[in-house]
Design a protein around this ligand. Structure first.
Ligand code: AMP
Length: 479
């Protein structure tokens, strides 16, 4: 329970509303940095890997039994600027705002004096680097992987974010059975400045775009790096023969990798053309992620792209009326479920998102609906869909909103998952929450609305409720 006793008279309601600014529901609001690592909730199972400032462990999230990856970023090597709250470690800042099926999900963020803790989706399939070799030779499989990575890249480029370290080690595979691809490790990422530029040398030598070594560059560096990933996947060869970093860097500046029938022998013309447009030396002429998604080699080969799952949107769920129930449902979808739980929906989402920017626009939904309905009906259904499911009112349906729209909340509102959401509101972990705790996370609730009468009734009787009462309340709100 938070500080301050809240009663439900209209005067105190008004003061809460004044103190708590209007908050739109979006996954970001559940990812505020908390100062306590709820250690009791996690059991560390093994170390997965480590980098300069951080290490990644496999951990079990005890309340749900899920496996998760726990990334610990040590504060001591970070600069004062990186540590200041304004700059907050960029990886944490970015991860909060990314909501896409091909970007590694972040479930929780904590900090203590020495470390930041990022709780991330665990990809038991490992990384692409571990899969390189003879087993990864099929052109359609390679195209499908590249398509999924491009889809994630197009989404964050649209948000002016550059990854700067696209390489096989940072392309994770959800599981050996499900080759759902997740772009990971935003530790080197940045926002483009107002002139749409970035600077600084980040990334691994083989994958560096030539312009990175010359000073200023833009988001196209990720496209170059992806071109090298494609080259490595297809040929199984290193792109440069340099024996040390200096030699490789000189080769990148003097004679960057050039694609032709000699450097990629035995490949189809379409594939050669695709590799060539990714590895165009002039970044101004290099293809964008959005356009690369429409390249004939991708259209012909990527199987995730050609699945016809458009019918999914026809079975959208009944919208939840109460903002509290919506918030709990969003938390469950964004922070408690694994992507495995909505794998088919990822494909449907990408299929509807024809321009590949990672969010569904009204005309894209309408075009899909027209395949199954008359034009008028498709228009009407699109308007309804946006009215019911565009929770942050930004005129796009983002991935979490889409999963919410197409999932059965009755099935997902289990005691265990609602209980997980309760912990998010119970900031000081004392097992009790009041109305202020809820409104601090999801914004003001209008208790005079019909859909919120049940909440008003509960908090009129007493100022706090425990986990069991919260679960009962949410279940009633969702009926
Ligand atoms: P990083 O410090 O982010 O480069 O991670 C180091 C290594 O840990 C990576 O190369 C991966 O093999 C592994 N790893 C990182 N994140 C995850 C994850 N979410 N799931 C599975 N393995 C991971």
């Amino acid at each position: 329970m938070g500080c301050g006793v809240i009663t439900c008279c209209s005067k105190s309601k008004k003061s809460i509303a004044r103190r708590i600014k209007s908050i739109y529901l979006e996954p970001e609001i559940f990812l505020g940095v908390r100062n306590v690592l709820n250690v009791d909730n996690y059991e560390i199972l093994e170390i997965l890997g480590s980098g300069g400032f951080s290490e990644v462990s496999l951990a079990k999230h005890i309340p749900t039994g899920q496996k998760r990856a726990l990334k610990i970023i040590h504060k001591s090597p970070l600069t004062v600027q990186q540590l200041s709250s304004e700059f907050m470690v960029i990886e944490m800042k970015l991860l909060r705002t990314l909501d896409h099926p091909n970007i590694l999900k972040c479930f929780e963020i904590f900090e203590d004096k020495e470390n930041y803790f990022l709780v991330l989706e665990y990809c038991e399939g490992g990384n692409l680097f571990q899969k390189l070799g003879p087993n990864l030779k099929d052109e359609t499989q390679i195209a499908d992987i590249i398509y999924q990575v491009l889809s994630g890249i197009a989404y964050f480029h649209d948000k002016q974010i550059v990854h700067r370290d696209i390489k096989p080690e940072n392309i994770l595979i959800e599981s050996s059975e499900i080759w759902n691809i997740k772009v990971a490790d935003f530790g080197s990422a940045c926002y483009l400045d107002k002139n749409k530029n970035a600077e600084g040398v980040f990334g691994s030598p083989f994958y560096l775009a030539p312009e990175v070594l010359l000073g200023y560059y833009d988001e196209k560096v990720d496209i170059w790096s992806l071109g090298i990933v494609l080259y490595v996947m297809v040929t199984g060869l290193a792109p440069y023969s340099g024996k040390n970093v200096e030699e490789v860097v000189n080769q990148i500046i003097d004679c960057p990798l050039k694609i032709n029938a000699k450097t990629m022998p035995g490949q189809s013309l379409l594939l050669l053309d695709f590799a060539r447009v990714l590895l165009e030396v002039n970044p101004g002429k290099r293809i964008s992620a959005k356009n690369a998604l429409q390249h004939p080699w991708i259209i012909k080969n990527a199987k995730s792209k050609t699945q016809t799952t458009g019918t999914m949107i026809n079975i959208c769920s009944r919208p939840l009326k109460s903002k509290l129930a919506q918030g709990v449902f969003m938390y469950i979808v964004a922070c408690l479920l694994k992507s495995k739980d909505f794998c088919t929906l990822s494909n449907a989402f990408r299929e509807i998102d024809t321009n590949g920017n990672g969010k569904i626009e009204p005309h894209e939904l309408e075009d899909q609906l027209k395949k199954m309905h008359t034009e008028d009906e498709a228009k009407r259904k699109t308007i309804e869909f946006f009215k019911d499911f565009d929770y942050n009112n930004n005129k796009f349906i983002e991935f979490t909103e889409f999963v919410m729209a197409c999932s059965d909340h009755q099935r997902l509102f289990s005691n265990e998952l609602i209980g997980g959401a309760f912990e998010k509101f119970d900031e000081n972990s004392d097992g009790l929450i009041d109305l202020n705790d809820i409104e601090k996370v999801i914004g003001p609730l209008n208790l005079n609305k019909d859909c919120n009468f049940e909440i008003k009734g509960r908090f009129e009787k007493k100022t706090t409720i425990d986990k069991k009462e919260f679960i009962d309340l949410v279940k009633i709100l969702a009926e």
